[in-house]
Design a protein around this ligand. Structure first.
Ligand SMILES: Cc1ncc(COP(=O)(O)O)c(C=O)c1O
Length: 436
C-alpha cells in the first residue's frame, strides 16, 4: 500500500463535509453549524485508514474500538461476500441457517465449561438489554423474583434506556423513571491506586456492601476493564472476589466483554485474567472486527432451561429482526479463523507490553497523572481534559488517531498491528506531547 500522504482520492472533501454538515446527526457529538471536525474517511487497509484528502492515519481507535483483524482483510471480505450471495439472513424465531449454529458452537468452545448457549443480537447495548431481561426473567422463572442489579458507577454497558440505567457516568444520566433498582459501586480510589492489593481490598469491600446490604440482587454486571469509564485497569483478583460474592448471594455474574472480548486485553476474554466462569457473557465489537454489526450473549444451560417456565411462550420474549444475521455470523467465523491463524491474542499480549513500555515515560510529564494498560489498550490519563484534547489533536496532526474519554487518552490499535506500527504510535504520541 502506498503511504503517500496527500494522494488525490478524486473526492471533493469540502463537498463531503458540506453534505455531512447539512444532513448527518453525529451521535455523542456537539450540534453546531460548523459541523464535525473529525476526518472524513474513505478507505482502510491493515491498521491504517485514509481520508478524503488522501491522507493516511494509523487508527489507534480501532474504528469504534472494534477492529481486531484490521481493514480490508481478504478472508473477512470473502466470507461476507460468500454469505451475502448464498443467504443474507433468515428469521431465527421461525427457522435457522448454517452459520448461526457454527458460530454458536465455536463461541461455546472458547468459553469455560458450562457456558454454551448463545443468543445473537446486533449491538453491545442490545446484548446488555437482553442480559438484564434474562437475569430478571430467570428469577421470575424460578418463582423467586429479584430485580436489583449491582454495577460499577463508572461502568458503561451501552446506550439503550436499560443500558444507560446501569451506568453512573454523567453522560448516561437517565431521562425518565428508574425501571428497576441499580446499586452503582463507586471506585474508592483513583485509577492508579486501584490496581494494587489495597485497591483490591477496597473495591471488594465496596461490592460486598452493595451486594449483601439490601434485597438480594438478580445480578452483578461488570466489565473486566472499565472502557468508557476512563480506560481503568481493575485489580487482579477482583473478578474472583465477585464470583465468590455471587455464589454467596445467588446473584448471576454477568461479564460485559463487549470491549474486552476477542483478544483486546491479551486474553481471548477479559475474565480469563482471573480464571473465573461467569453465568452470562455479553460480546460485540471484536466479534465481527467492525465489519458488520453483531453481538452475542452466552449463558449456561441452567439459565436457558429456566425459560421453559415462561407462561406465555415457554421461552425468551426478546429478539431483533436482524439478530444473528447470517452475514455477520459468517464474518464472525472468519474473524475467529484469522485470530487463530495470526495468533492475535498472543500478539495483543506481546505488542501490548511494547505499547505500555513505550508510553510509560510520559509519566514524567507534569500534566500526566497515570499511564496504564492491559493487552492492546493503553490509557494516558491527564490532569485536565483540555490537555488530553490537545494531545489527541497533536497526534492526529502527526497521523495517529487516538481516542479521548474526558481527561484520558486511549490507544486501541487493531490487533493485527505490528512492532513498527506500535513504535510509530508511541513516537508520534510522544512528539505530540513534547509539542504541547
Ligand atoms: C463495555 C461496553 N459495553 C457495551 C457497549 C455498548 O455497545 P454498542 O455501542 O455496540 O451498543 C460498549 C460500547 O462502547 C462498551 O464499551
Amino acid at each position: 500500500m502506498s503511504l503517500t500522504n496527500g494522494e488525490n482520492t478524486g473526492l471533493d472533501e469540502e463537498r463531503a463535509r458540506e453534505r455531512d454538515r447539512r444532513f448527518v446527526w453525529h451521535p455523542w457529538s456537539p450540534v453546531n453549524k460548523s459541523g464535525h471536525d473529525g476526518p472524513v474517511l474513505v478507505s482502510g487497509e491493515g491498521y491504517r485508514v485514509r481520508d478524503a484528502t488522501g491522507r493516511f492515519y494509523l487508527d489507534a481507535m480501532a474504528s469504534a474500538m472494534n477492529s481486531s483483524c484490521g481493514y480490508a482483510h481478504p478472508a473477512l471480505l470473502a466470507a461476507a461476500e460468500r454469505q451475502l450471495a448464498r443467504l443474507p439472513h433468515f428469521d431465527l424465531s421461525v427457522g435457522s441457517h448454517l452459520p448461526v449454529g457454527r458460530v454458536a458452537e465455536r463461541l461455546g468452545g472458547l468459553m469455560p465449561e458450562g457456558l454454551g448457549r448463545t443468543l445473537f443480537v446486533n449491538s453491545g447495548s442490545e446484548a446488555t438489554e437482553a442480559a438484564v431481561r434474562i437475569a430478571h426473567d430467570y428469577w421470575t422463572n424460578k418463582d423467586e423474583p429479584r430485580d436489583r442489579i449491582v454495577t460499577f458507577a463508572d461502568g458503561y454497558h451501552g446506550t439503550t434506556y436499560v443500558a444507560q440505567h446501569l451506568s453512573g457516568l454523567p453522560t448516561n444520566a437517565l431521562y425518565g423513571d428508574e425501571p428497576f433498582p441499580v446499586t452503582k459501586v463507586r471506585a474508592p480510589l483513583a485509577p492508579r491506586e486501584l490496581r494494587t492489593p489495597e485497591g483490591l481490598a477496597a473495591l471488594t469491600e465496596a461490592f460486598e456492601r452493595a451486594v449483601l446490604e439490601g434485597p438480594p440482587p438478580a445480578a452483578v454486571f461488570v466489565e473486566a476493564f472499565l472502557n468508557v469509564g476512563g480506560g481503568v485497569v481493575l485489580p487482579g483478583g477482583l473478578l474472583r472476589a465477585l464470583r465468590e460474592l455471587c455464589d454467596r448471594s445467588g446473584a448471576l455474574l454477568i461479564l460485559d466483554e463487549v470491549f474486552c472480548g476477542f483478544g483486546r486485553t491479551g486474553r481471548m476474554f477479559g475474565f480469563e485474567h482471573d480464571g473465573i466462569t461467569p453465568d452470562l457473557v455479553t460480546m460485540s465489537k471484536g466479534i465481527s472486527g467492525g465489519y458488520v454489526p453483531f453481538a452475542a450473549l452466552t449463558t449456561t444451560e441452567e439459565v436457558y432451561a429456566s425459560f421453559a417456565a415462561d407462561p406465555l411462550i415457554g421461552g425468551l420474549r426478546y429478539g431483533h429482526t436482524t439478530g444473528g444475521h447470517a452475514v455477520a455470523c459468517a464474518v464472525a467465523l472468519a474473524v475467529l479463523d484469522v485470530m487463530e491463524e495470526q495468533k492475535l491474542v498472543e500478539a495483543s499480549a506481546a505488542l501490548g507490553g511494547q505499547l505500555l513500555d513505550g508510553l510509560l515515560p510520559m509519566l514524567d510529564h507534569p500534566e500526566i497523572s497515570d499511564v496504564r494498560g492491559l493487552g492492546l489498550v493503553a490509557t494516558v490519563e491527564c490532569h485536565r481534559p483540555e490537555f488530553a484534547a490537545g494531545l489527541v489533536a497533536g497526534a492526529a496532526a502527526r497521523g495517529v488517531l487516538l481516542r479521548r474519554q474526558g481527561p484520558c487518552v486511549m490507544a486501541i490499535p487493531p490487533l493485527i498491528i505490528d512492532r513498527s506500527g506500535i513504535a510509530e504510535l508511541v513516537r508520534s504520541t510522544g512528539q505530540a506531547l513534547a509539542d504541547l
